[in-house]
Every structure is written in structure tokens, then in C-alpha cells.
Write a protein of this length. Sequence first.
Length: 207
Amino acid sequence: MAAFFANLRNTVIAGLVLAVILFLIYLQLQGYDTNLFWRFVLRWLHVISGVMWIGLLWYFNFVSTPTMPKIPAEMKPALGRFITPAALFWFRWAAMATLVFGLLLAFLNDYLVQMLTIDASEGFVNPAYVNIGIGAWLAIIMWFNVWFVIWPNQQRALNIDNRYPDLPQPQRDASAKTAGMFSRINTMLSIPMLFAMVATAHLYGAI
């Protein structure tokens, strides 16, 4: 048992097998509906990606950054060289997947334009579209920050993939500070973003 769970690939495969079992139960109890099922699959992938994205964002802000001053100086290089770059890989691609699956879900459910225009295309007649649109734009801003501010600055600060071996330390420090500030901005935005996402179905009773 311990050897099995020591392997991440085995663990993920086991999780997928359990999900397939749940799908078979769904087939037995509910019957297969093509449109309903593929909308669900996109929503499920959207949620899984979002959990990875926001989970890592909160890990950086609630665990990694506050703990860094307590780590002995001789141990800090290992964090910056191995753990943080690996976390940033999953962090940025989870952000991409969350956005892509969210846009595909909105398209499949015929509210992509309403969402992206915050219902301006319909004359602001549907409060649910206004709400999900605000949430979507908060997510888009956060995605932009990840890919075009946080990631490039972390590359410079940590010399990820040895792309900036000769960058002076003051510039590394400035890049780390910028990445940290925008990570905090994303943490702030994640709270109303998640509120909007959940509220659309549970307060507005739609989508």
C-alpha cells in the first residue's frame, strides 16, 4: 500500500479509475445524456484546474512566502532551485487550463458573449451573466498576471532554466518583489472571483 501511494502516477490513475466507477454508477442510475455529460466534463476539468491553480497560489502566499524568513540560509537555495520552479510549472499551466476550460464551458452553454461583455451585449438584463462576467474578468486578469508578470519575474529572480545567469542581484531582488506583489494581488482577486463563480449557481440560480 505504501509503495503504491509513494508513486504519484499510480495515485492519479487510481483517482481516475474511481471517477470512471462513478461514471458507471451515473449510467446505471441516470442514463447517458450526451449534451449534459460533456458539459459536466468541461465543468469538472474547469474545477480541477482551478483547484490546482488557486491551491498553489494560496500555497505561495499562505505557506511559502511567510515561512521563507524562518528557513536557514543554507537551505534556501534548494527551495528556489527545485521546489518553487516545479510549483510554478503546475501553477501557470493550471491557470491556463482553468481559463481555457472556463471559456469552452461558457461557449458550450451559449453564454460566452454575455459573460465576456458582462451582459452588455444583452443590455444588462440578466444578473447572472453580469455576475459570472465579473468573475470571469477577475480570472482573466489573474491569468494575465500569472503568465506575463509573475512567471517572467520569477524566471529572472530564480534564474529558472539558467536563462538569466548573469543578472545582477539587485535586478533579481526587484523581480522577486514584483512577482510577490502581483501574487498578492492575485490572492486578493481570488476571493471575489471565487465568490462570483459560486454565487452564479447558488445565489442567482443560473448557469
